[in-house]
Design a protein around this ligand. Structure first.
Ligand code: FES
Length: 580
């Protein structure tokens, strides 16, 4: 931790718009005054952009408009000038073909929004899955002092006396309906029980994972990740966040000071300890690319290999985010990592203090939620990175969500050429498949879908479900919802649409999955592989215009974070030229 605060007072970037009395300054300032701001607000104090992903079509962030008022209160208290700015909000549950296709577009739009305007510091108001990485990527590429406030998770879902987890139970109940174990009307009754309050998914899905990643990276105040959306302490956190960003601007504490290699290594280990989403892999690789930290899939495998999953939350365990918060939340996990020598203790956080200083005195209030090491859900949490002739650049699997008996498996491939092919045939009773087969899905990667949809956890065929089987090995270039589970190999790279070996898997081929040895192998000869690849022709939909075209032309592989190639790196925050 070698950060030295900048001297204060000094001229901030917003003064290039508002400082002095030239015609241009009066133009910028005068129009702002139509909102009733007194003249002294333009005197050089930090102007804080509250970048809000509130949207009624991003229901997980539907309460952020109200929460922003608390952030503003904190900014005012600390002597800043808060301005709330609506930004691109990529909702997981409404955006099609998949919110992931828009993560980079959102990051691009928000980066330019930050740079083009008189913003000295930013509060990143996030919640739903893609909103967290897109705003972090924008902040990293502008390197304007920034701090995350998450919207917080929903309260526990309850249905007939049992906890119901967002997403996790959607997949579970849906399979039960297909297996004839749950009636459709019961499924509909459960629908309302899943979402009892404002907030993001209440499981350790992607939203909770990314909130935990933001906190571990040091980009949010300690304790931010788990406070439920409707708990009064979420509003306190918002106000404290507003206060803090003003001092960060004065100190010139920037994302590049915080997002170091050490911070990413801390995040990778934390992801293992919390049983976090596989989506964190693509998001953190992309974020690292923005701050020019050389992070790879191998770092994920190495970093997570010896980390036990100790957070007993769905989809890997049994509790939900509400209980995680009551148990002490992420700070308890970070303390445990630190005690085990698995945390870079002096990594800097937005508070200006080290991560260890933030967590060293916390207490675990519920050892059934945050487990002792001897009761860990799995001793090797983390993300297993598999390689082999089927995934030369890697594929990922989440061991804590997989079936131990399938971790070494050899089976006959049942191949679906794309998601439409899967949907058309999976319920066909004549489909030649049993529980020993390996389901293979192609053309669902970053280019292929396009956008890399969360369809990797393909539902099993009804005739297998009726036998009481709930898991099979599934392989694809898709992603999987962080709320999902199963022995699911994801992010196979290169993807099928880019001509990777996945594209040439044929019905009846034998596939070997060997997680302990990190191997994914298509059992054909090298010569046969070469011949098939030479004959391959793309079959995915290729966009000819618009953003979908740009995405397909420029998106990188999942092994690199699926960012757009021309958005990598930090472009800083030079003040743009005056326009009049
Ligand atoms: Fe928005 Fe899960 S769908 S957080």
């Amino acid at each position: 931790m070698s950060f030295k605060p900048a001297p204060w007072p000094r001229k901030l970037r917003s003064q290039h718009w508002y400082g002095g009395n030239t015609r241009d300054t009066i133009y910028h300032r005068g129009w702002m005054k139509n909102q009733g701001y007194p003249p002294d607000l333009f005197d050089g104090r930090p102007i804080i952009g509250i970048l809000n992903t509130w949207s009624e079509l991003t229901p997980c962030n539907g309460h952020l408009r109200e929460l922003a008022e608390k952030v503003k209160a904190g900014v005012w208290e600390a002597g800043g000038f808060p301005v709330e700015v609506p930004v691109f909000s990529a909702s997981e549950n409404t955006f099609r073909p998949t919110a992931m296709m828009f993560r980079n577009l959102a990051a691009l739009a928000i980066e330019e929004t930050m740079r083009a305007q008189p913003i000295d510091g930013a509060v990143l108001m996030v919640g739903c899955d893609k909103t967290t990485p897109s705003l972090l990527m924008a902040a990293a590429s502008t390197n304007i002092p920034s701090i995350v406030i998450s919207g917080g998770p929903m309260l526990n879902g309850w249905f007939r006396g049992e906890r119901v987890g967002s997403g996790t139970h959607l997949w579970k109940f849906s399979e039960e309906v297909r297996a004839g174990k749950l009636r459709q009307d019961e499924f509909l009754e459960a629908e309302q029980a899943m979402s009892r309050s404002s907030g993001s998914c209440n499981t350790m899905g992607t939203a909770s994972t990314m909130a935990s990643m933001a906190e571990t990276l040091g980009m949010a105040l300690s304790g931010n990740a788990a406070i439920p959306a409707v708990d009064s302490r979420r509003r306190v956190m918002a106000q404290m966040t507003g206060r803090r960003i003003v001092q960060m601007v004065k100190d010139d504490l920037k994302p590049s000071d915080i997002l170091t290699r050490q911070a990413f290594e801390n995040a990778i280990r934390t992801n293992g300890a919390i049983g976090g989403s596989t989506n964190a892999v693509v998001h953190l690789l992309a974020l690292a690319g923005r701050v020019e930290v050389d992070l790879t899939l191998d770092d994920w495998d190495r970093g997570g290999r010896d980390v036990a999953t100790i957070v007993n939350l769905m989809p890997s365990g049994k509790y939900l985010m509400e209980e995680f918060f009551y148990a002490g939340g992420l700070p308890v996990v970070l303390k445990r990592l630190g005690e085990g020598g698995l945390l870079h203790k002096d990594a800097l956080t937005v508070s200006g203090r080290s991560i260890w200083d933030e967590v060293k005195d916390v207490i675990n209030h519920n050892p059934d939620v945050i487990l002792p090491l001897e009761k860990a859900l799995t001793s090797q949490g983390g993300i297993a990175v598999l390689k082999g002739n089927l995934a030369p650049k890697g594929a990922v699997l989440k061991p804590s969500a997989a079936s131990p008996e399938l971790m070494c498996h050899r089976g006959r491939a049942v191949v679906f050429e794309d998601i439409d092919d899967y949907k058309a045939r999976i319920n066909d009773e004549s489909l030649d498949i049993d529980e020993h087969c390996v389901m293979v899905l192609k053309n669902c990667g970053p280019k292929g879908y396009p956008g890399m949809a969360e369809v990797g956890n393909m539902g099993l065929p009804p005739k297998v479900l009726r036998k009481g089987i709930t898991d099979m090995v599934r392989i694809s270039d898709a992603r999987m919802s962080g709320t999902a589970y199963g022995t699911v190999v994801l992010h196979v790279s290169p993807e099928a649409a880019a001509g990777g070996p996945l594209a040439v898997v044929r019905e009846g081929d034998m596939i070997e999955l060997d997680v302990p040895n990190r191997r994914l192998h298509l059992d054909i000869s090298d010569e046969e592989m070469t011949t098939r690849l030479a004959q391959w022709k793309p079959s995915h939909v290729q966009s000819v215009s618009g953003y979908a075209w740009m995405h397909q032309q420029h998106v990188e592989g999942a092994d690199q974070g699926a960012d757009l190639d021309f958005l990598k790196g930090c472009r800083g925050n030079p003040v743009p030229k005056e326009s009049h």
